[in-house]
Design a protein around this ligand. Sequence first.
Ligand SMILES: *[C@@H]1O[C@H](CO)[C@@H](O)[C@H](O)[C@H]1NC(C)=O
Ligand SMILES: *[C@@H]1O[C@H](CO)[C@@H](O)[C@H](O)[C@H]1NC(C)=O
Ligand SMILES: *[C@@H]1O[C@H](CO)[C@@H](O)[C@H](O)[C@H]1NC(C)=O
Ligand SMILES: *[C@@H]1O[C@H](CO)[C@@H](O)[C@H](O)[C@H]1NC(C)=O
Ligand SMILES: *[C@@H]1O[C@H](CO)[C@@H](O)[C@H](O)[C@H]1NC(C)=O
Ligand SMILES: *[C@@H]1O[C@H](CO)[C@@H](O)[C@H](O)[C@H]1NC(C)=O
Ligand SMILES: *[C@@H]1O[C@H](CO)[C@@H](O)[C@H](O)[C@H]1NC(C)=O
Length: 383
Amino acid sequence: MLIPSLLASTLVATSVVAKHCQNLSVPVTIRARNGVFNVATLRDNHDATTFFANFTKPKANFSNEVLLGYQTIDNTYDISVKFCQPDTGYGQTVQLLTHGIGFDKTYWDLSYNAYNYSYIDLAVDEYGFSTLSIDRLGIGNSSIADPLSIIQVPTELSAIYELTMMLRRGGLPNVPWAFSKIVHVGHSLGSILSYNLAAMDPTASDGLILTGFSQDSAYIDATFDAWASQLVRNNEPRRFGDLPTGYLTWANASSNEKTFLYPGFFDPAILQFSESNKEPYTTGEVLTLGSSPFTIPEFKGPVQVLVGNQDFIFCGGDCLATGDPALAGTSIPGEVAKAFPAAKAFEAYIQPNTGHAINLHYNATGAYKATQAFLISHGLGST
Ligand SMILES: *[C@@H]1O[C@H](CO)[C@@H](O)[C@H](O)[C@H]1NC(C)=O
Ligand SMILES: *[C@@H]1O[C@H](CO)[C@@H](O)[C@H](O)[C@H]1NC(C)=O
Ligand SMILES: *[C@@H]1O[C@H](CO)[C@@H](O)[C@H](O)[C@H]1NC(C)=O
Ligand SMILES: *[C@@H]1O[C@H](CO)[C@@H](O)[C@H](O)[C@H]1NC(C)=O
Ligand SMILES: *[C@@H]1O[C@H](CO)[C@@H](O)[C@H](O)[C@H]1NC(C)=O
Ligand SMILES: *[C@@H]1O[C@H](CO)[C@@H](O)[C@H](O)[C@H]1NC(C)=O
Ligand SMILES: *[C@@H]1O[C@H](CO)[C@@H](O)[C@H](O)[C@H]1NC(C)=O
């Protein structure tokens, strides 16, 4: 008798809400002010090395040295998105999920191990949110364009802004619903973009979840050193043989592990999975990464900064090591509070035993739950 009743309760517990998803390619009119950079087209891996040697030179600002001016981009590109909703309806809140460098929208819905690392499964099935996960412009199944002049932070930001406006007015193709609350959840470069969105228009977002993020750029050069970048067409000819030379990737699984993962707390096979599904980054992205304002005094929504304690890229491997005795008891991500003087709430959540790519660690679901709880406690739940 025991076994059937256990089985019955398991079935009941897991069949309450199920997610419905659709893949869409959304034409988006992008308007942005991009940098015009005087960098010669990379010819080979040697040029990729030289590009980063230039970029990481101490006490210099390579982006500024090669900046010739700005140009206005006004063009329509396709953004590949996946929209998911619970079968109970759209709800009031949609989470717009933006991935970071090295990933695409599947970061939020990893097929690995029967999807038990899926952020989307948890947010939709267990918490009733709708989600829109996007491939950033230039990445995944979104439009490919010139990696130096077009694929930059301002154009990627414009795409996110336009998709946000579509969700607000019920204008996303096949999703005839005007969401009253839109939360922007980012990882790494996706967090930088979500942050910049709130800076550009503080009313565009109702809440920010910035994962794998801080404002400490001290470890970026060490990250680029560990990456030992190559042209992605050389490194991954089977998947990316046709991409222009300004599309780059890190050298190998060792570079990936050092900068994205915390040894001992991830499944070794997920490193191979992630390495064989890695996505590139562009010279234009690298040159425009550091252009965010330091504070967003007008943003009034709640902000959670959720970072793996051992994040290499944004904390140098220890988020509690602020390096300043006056900041004892605080954390590097906690310093981001100063950027949001008017935020309704601010939380720096340090996820234990976790590196930069939070979603690839054993306890990823622990981190996701902390995010859903934060949203619910600040009026941004699904209902
Ligand atoms: C969306 O695309 C993914 C990746 O190609 C695929 O696994 C999934 O089945 C698609 N979903 C739908 C609803 O078509
Ligand atoms: C790196 O900087 C040197 C010296 O300014 C320049 O000649 C070279 O073209 C640059 N290379 C790349 C790939 O940025
Ligand atoms: C470097 O130069 C770029 C382009 O002028 C600028 O946006 C950025 O703020 C500068 N970075 C620093 C740290 O000064
Ligand atoms: C997924 O399942 C595997 C095997 O049971 C487990 O080791 C891992 O921690 C789980 N991961 C998540 C994120 O739940
Ligand atoms: C892109 O499209 C291909 C072909 O439909 C699919 O296999 C792949 O999973 C898609 N990737 C993403 C990131 O949507
Ligand atoms: C990975 O690439 C780095 C940088 O080129 C190199 O030092 C290292 O030996 C490589 N590791 C493996 C396992 O190939
Ligand atoms: C998993 O993450 C949750 C949320 O941060 C935390 O409370 C819990 O202690 C973590 N579990 C382990 C085994 O680290």
